[in-house]
Design a protein around this ligand. Sequence first.
Ligand SMILES: [Zn+2]
Length: 276
Amino acid sequence: MIHFNKSFRRWVLIVIAFISSFGLVIAAATPSPAIPWAELLLRSIQVIQLANLSDQQEVSIGQQINNQIIQQYKIVTDSALVNYVDEIGRRLVAQSDRPRLPFKFQVVADKNVNAFATMGGFVYVHTGLMKAADNEAQLASVIGHEIGHITGKHLANQLRQMSIIEGIATIAGVNRDRLVRVGVEYALRRPRSRQDELDADNRGLRMLTQSGYAPSAMPAFMQKLVTSASLPTFLSTHPAAPERVALLNQSIDPSRANVGAGLDGTAYKSRISSIP
Ligand SMILES: [Zn+2]
């Protein structure tokens, strides 16, 4: 293992960010006058700070994004239902690689089959998705996937990449309000990349299996969504589904596929019976 001293590593990062930011500016082909190199370098430093968010900073941005999201959606307060999702979420988080992050699982009263996550531990599951799942293991597979987006810092990295183009990182620092607005837009409407989807699937499948759920539930539920009559919202923000089903099936040992808990459909339906 090679050890660079801290300040050398910092400079390497600055140079890398500088080169990539220059690339992004070229790619954006902005017709406005060229941004001075010094300004560009300072923006890059802001971007590095975004890349090195502490857990506490990540939670704080996630909280601000959450404040916007709960104004746009009706959040379920039925404690039995919320506790049920929370219980599944906590069981999965314990097997994740960020078990100490303060996760918050919320149920959104919405018929659209969807679930999403932002950053700093905020996960949202629609009642429509809960009803579409056949059993607890299938619901857990989606919650695990969403936890995977957070432990993989996917939205945080997407925001970092966007922050130069969008003018979020400037000479004056990072514009929090714009960062939060773009965060909401990305979490709710922009599709994740294929690479992020595959990473969240890998992380989710690992958590699902280690929590004692039957791993077959993950590809089974995704396959059900792919073949459903109307395209679920979940698949428009979580692309590459057919390929993901195939890859998940490849990663599951066939002799262990149905070994585990959470496949009892009757028990599951009674736990979510309060959903209209
Ligand atoms: Zn996803």
